[in-house]
Design a protein around this ligand. Structure first.
Ligand SMILES: O=C(O)CCC(=O)C(=O)O
Ligand SMILES: [Fe+2]
Length: 335
């Protein structure tokens, strides 16, 4: 089917990102669960991206985090830097503009400029005792992170069960590996851009082309400012719809390795709005997920066959894999 690009109205796209309503997965009978599983398998095998609706995360929970994060990013630079660990992206806390260059995580992007983004990152559910940094203000931030995280865990459980059904594995196949999952919440603020902003003419993107490193990413794309594009297997870049009631899901590298290339970890990027017109700020709520650190990632039993489809990757622990990616993607790689 042909569809007009969201990013550029002049470009005709040959692919589209599937939108899947998963509301009947938990309550439906076997036939309905298999139907959704088949849709999921097709989405992850082709685009590696889908937009889910009917996910059950209340809009109020999403909006509270969006509002609290917006308040944080509106603070003066000095105040935000009080939450910065100065160790690059990956350790938690505030990461100012100029530090992250995500495209450097791929060999073809080794010389990429820094992304036009600042981040606030959490790794432990917003628990002030465990987070490396939990900003004291705005006061609404900590409870908003904790509530959002709780709903992300429920969404993650549903996605892993849906994936098991899609791959013809027992529905609880991933339960043990996700009892103590390794998740991160990245609040990503792409500042408003002036019509002829210097960063834009230097070739920098809001977020350079990359793949995500671990399991599924659950992304709340700003409904007021799209810009996310996914790359299809034939090289075409396709706009990912920013639906107010949708969550964008994409498979990360560990999913591709785990499924022995049955599912794709697709490159994706956040384009700048066209030069010449001012662009509003954009705020993404990005929840990266993955199995427990010690999980060995090797071809799932339904994705490998010693004769017809041998394993393509050497086994690797989830932790080793993530550390390698993080080392490559900070502008100061010594950190
Ligand atoms: O902000 C977005 O839309 C995408 C962010 C992203 O790709 C990421 O955080 O890995
Ligand atoms: Fe990403």
């Amino acid at each position: 089917m042909l569809a007009l690009s969201l990013a550029s109205p002049c470009v005709v796209e040959h692919h589209t990102i599937p939108v899947i309503n998963i509301s009947t997965f938990s309550t439906g009978g076997d036939a309905e669960r298999s139907r959704l599983g088949a849709l999921w398998d097709t989405a992850m095998s082709s685009a590696g991206f889908a937009v889910i609706t009917g996910h059950g995360v209340p809009l109020e929970v999403i909006n509270k985090l969006y509002d609290a994060a917006s308040q944080f990013f509106a603070y003066e630079h000095e105040q935000k830097m009080e939450s910065c660990l100065n160790v690059g992206y990956g350790a938690g806390g505030y990461v100012p503009l100029g530090v992250e260059a995500v495209a450097r995580s791929r060999p073809e992007g080794a010389d990429s400029p820094a992304d036009i983004v600042e981040n606030l990152v959490f790794s432990y559910g917003g628990d002030p005792e465990r987070e490396a940094v939990m900003p004291a203000t705005p006061e609404s931030l900590q409870p908003a992170v904790a509530a959002y995280w709780k709903h992300m865990l429920m969404t993650l459980d549903a996605l892993m069960e849906l994936s098991a059904v899609a791959l013809h594995l027992p529905a609880d196949y991933f339960k043990d590996d996700f009892r103590d999952p390794k998740n991160n919440l990245r609040l990503a603020h792409y500042p408003a851009l002036m019509a002829h902003d210097a960063a834009r003419s230097s070739g920098a993107l809001r977020y350079g082309a990359h793949t995500d490193y671990t399991g599924f990413t659950i992304l709340r794309q700003d409904p007021a400012a799209n810009g996310l594009q996914a790359q299809m297997a034939d090289g075409e870049w396709v706009g990912v719809p920013a639906l107010a009631d949708g969550l964008v899901i994409n498979a990360g590298d560990l999913i591709q390795v785990w499924t022995n290339d049955r599912w794709r970890s697709p490159p994706h990027r956040v384009l700048n709005p066209p030069v010449g017109s001012a662009a509003p700020a954009r705020l993404s709520l990005v929840f990266f997920t993955g199995p427990a650190d010690g999980t060995t990632i090797e071809a799932l039993p339904t994705c490998v066959d010693s004769e017809t489809n041998p394993a393509k990757y050497a086994p690797i622990s989830a932790r080793e894999h993530l550390l390698g990616k993080l080392r490559a993607s900070n502008t100061d790689t010594k950190q």
